[in-house]
Design a protein around this ligand. Structure first.
Ligand code: FCB
Length: 449
């Protein structure tokens, strides 16, 4: 039996997350158009192991088997994303009914298994034709997103009660438009700030579309990656770097959504490079959301680095800190700090942890994947999340990233985050030890120590 103090609230939602491009494959099936990730992953040198998402986990075809795995894990909810280029292959105009039908089947099958769909509308796979017209550096893309959300919500809304507009606008803006390590591979402060603003505007368009189509009681929000920042040393320059880093890592997107204004620190440094912000933009962006999704992996320990433009800050790993296979620090207290800070400073009506998890170098031995590190990671982050609930944070659910090992963006298939191991040569799935353990957590609604 779990100890009493490790029990979660009775209606707590236990889930796992994925995203379309990372698991679906079937990139040319049933009328899907190309996305920026097809183009990027097929560009030589962009993906660490030279792979792409053409097949990935083939979950487009294998979703019934994947739902059977979710049942074995005892999931109450599954967070997945809809591929925009399956619904509007050219980015504008014609709606592809075959794409909608696919998600209808997926959603029906989830309901038949007693699993609630949590749907992300944009997890980075922009139709390539919209990229050809400027992508997220073009204000028009936000309107195209609004049209897409209308089409999806109208067709699928009867089966979906929880929606997220955009996944991690920070990572999409910075990795995709400043550092060039994600699609579409742009490099520049201006494209990154434009992407940030137009993704926020797309969130507003998406909320408007959802509000117009949703039934009473349905809920909509956004998923942000958030992490408290900390200085690498107590030198004044590092203390200041940690404060500045908070502006970029957290306030950049939280402030417009919850306060209707960009943080002063961002405007002071980059005001001249911001795109045109029209009179009504921030009011629309700040419309109420029903819940905030938080994706949390690691805190951000930073140091002042005068030669690293544009912000003169670099992340560091504290010496001796435990890290995962991606080199990310394991620091469970960070999820408590993030949850309590967001609750204190922004007070969203409800919060879900929409992603948390860890990559480790899993290897099957005699068909068994023994991954105690991942089990320990999730256990400790859950305990810290429970502390946050006890401190008054309205945390309603927790989703492990990820259900399956999958295509980890620029890292390819070499980073395994799944509760389920995938042999990419055969597509065979095997529940890892951590998955068996998570099944116990979902069954007990808590931790048995
Ligand atoms: C997040 C992404 C998700 C996955 C995890 C590891 O930033 O939302 O798709 O790549 O990181």
């Amino acid at each position: 039996m779990p100890t009493a103090d490790a029990l979660f609230p009775p209606d707590f939602v236990w889930g796992a997350s994925t995203s379309a491009y990372q698991i679906e494959g079937a990139v040319r099936d049933e009328g899907r158009g190309p996305s920026i990730w097809d183009v990027f992953s097929h560009t030589p040198g962009k993906i660490a192991d030279g792979t792409d998402g053409d097949i990935a986990c083939d979950s487009y075809h294998r979703f019934p088997a994947d739902i059977a795995l979710m049942r074995e894990l005892g999931l109450g909810a599954y967070r997945f994303s809809i591929a925009w280029p399956r619904i509007i292959p050219d980015g504008r105009g014609r709606i592809n009914e075959a794409g909608l039908d696919h998600y209808r089947r997926l959603i029906d099958a989830l309901h038949a298994a007693g699993i609630e769909p949590f749907v992300t509308l944009y997890h980075w796979d922009l139709p390539q034709s919209l990229q050809d017209a400027g992508g997220w550096t073009n204000r028009d893309t936000a309107s195209r997103f609004g049209e897409y959300v209308h089409a999806v919500a109208r067709a699928l809304g009867s089966g979906v009660r929880r929606w997220m507009t955009i996944n991690e606008p920070f990572i999409h803006s910075v990795f995709g438009h400043l550092l060039g390590i994600h699609a579409p591979g742009l490099h520049g402060v201006r494209p990154a700030l434009a992407a940030g603003h137009y993704l926020l505007l797309a969130h507003a368009e998406g909320m408007d579309a959802l509000r117009a189509e949703m039934a009473p009681g349905d809920e909509a929000g956004i998923a942000l990656n958030l992490a408290e920042t900390a200085p690498a040393t107590d030198r004044a320059a590092d203390l200041e770097a940690a404060e500045h880093a908070d502006v970029y890592a957290n306030q950049w997107f939280l402030d417009p959504i919850f306060r209707g204004a960009y943080p002063t620190g961002l405007l002071l440094q980059f005001g001249d490079e911001m795109p045109e912000i029209r009179a009504d933009d921030l009011r629309r962006i700040a419309q109420p959301i029903d819940f905030l999704g938080i994706n949390h992996y690691q805190r951000a320990v930073v140091r002042h680095a005068p030669l690293v433009p544009p912000i003169d800050i670099v992340p560091v790993t504290p010496p001796g800190a435990p890290v995962t296979a991606t080199g990310w620090e394991v620091y469970p207290r960070g999820i408590y700090d993030t949850l309590t800070r967001v609750h204190r400073d922004y007070a969203p009506p409800a919060i879900y942890i929409t992603e948390n998890g860890a990559a480790y170098d899993d290897r099957p031995i005699d068909g068994v994947i023994d991954d105690p590190d991942r089990e320990r990671f999730i256990h400790d982050y859950l305990l810290a999340s429970l502390d946050a609930i006890e401190a008054g944070v309205p945390l309603r659910g927790y989703f492990v990233w990820s259900l399956l090992d999958n295509f980890e963006w620029n890292e390819g298939y070499r980073r395994r985050f799944g509760l389920v191991y995938v042999d990419f040569a055969t597509q065979e799935r095997t529940i890892k030890r951590s998955g068996r353990w998570y099944a116990q957590v979902t069954r007990d609604n808590g931790l048995s120590g």
